[in-house]
Design a binder for this molecule. Structure first.
Ligand code: MD6
Ligand code: FE
Length: 218
């Protein structure tokens, strides 16, 4: 259904500050969710979700793939961005226009006008999957924000500080929620708690998708 025709759609929520230059936009992607799911389905036909291995030798519990000019890759050699899928040698699928527009609009909503993402990492979480506290620091361009979109089952997001030891605050990320951060908090530690056994969504079941948009090169 077109959201513009949906008389029962909630009004757009005000951004919630979760840290300095860091914002939670509740429901920001709700109206576009069906289109985003359709595009994820298209991408799944072109590229495989895989459990990448960290330099320490551990398989990540979320399955990942990328779209856009660059994809985020990890293996025993380290973290980096590549133009080609290392599994196939083929370029990553193009970033769908609907993905880009959502990320650009979310960034602009909280003051990051002109965000021009080059990469979208797609994470697929099943029950019990999590992501430990980490910094996003494999990008050359640290002036650009990061835009993170939750689709499907809800999860608890942990948002800390510049030190790994900083106690994180916890935020429930639900279907359609978007987190944008940059500036002062661009390198803050963050992660997600294990996807709960009861976490479900009518469309995805016990699966959460996360789209993380980044600018890689300055
Ligand atoms: C996730 N997110 O939400 C994991 N990184 O599944 C991230 O690691 C992340 O949500 C940078 C900015 C936003 C994020
Ligand atoms: Fe991250």
């Amino acid at each position: 259904m077109q959201n513009s025709l949906d008389l029962f759609a909630p009004p757009p929520a005000e951004p919630i500050a979760i840290g300095p230059d860091a914002w939670l936009l509740k429901g920001f992607a709700h109206a576009q969710a069906d289109e985003l799911f359709a595009q994820i389905g298209q991408i799944e036909q072109q590229v495989a979700f895989r459990h990448q291995v960290t330099p320490g030798g551990h398989a990540m519990s979320s399955a990942q793939c990328s779209c856009g000019t660059y994809g985020w890759v990890t293996d025993k050699r380290g973290y980096r961005y590549t133009r080609e899928d290392p599994l196939t040698g083929q370029p990553w699928p193009a970033m769908p226009a609907s993905f880009r527009e959502l990320a650009v609009q979310a960034a602009a909503r909280v003051g990051f006008a002109g965000f021009d993402p080059q990469s979208c990492l797609i994470n697929k979480y099943q029950t019990g999957a999590s992501m430990g506290l980490h910094q996003d620091k494999d990008e050359q361009d640290l002036a650009a924000p990061i835009v993170s979109v939750t689709l499907g089952a809800p999860i608890k997001f942990l948002f800390g500080g510049l030190l790994r030891s900083d106690k994180p605050s916890r935020w429930l990320l639900e279907h359609g929620d978007v987190v944008v951060w940059g500036g002062v908090s661009r390198l803050f530690f963050h992660g997600v708690a294990p996807l709960g056994k009861k976490a479900v969504h009518p469309v995805t079941g016990a699966v959460r998708y996360n789209l993380t948009f980044r600018r890689v090169l300055s």
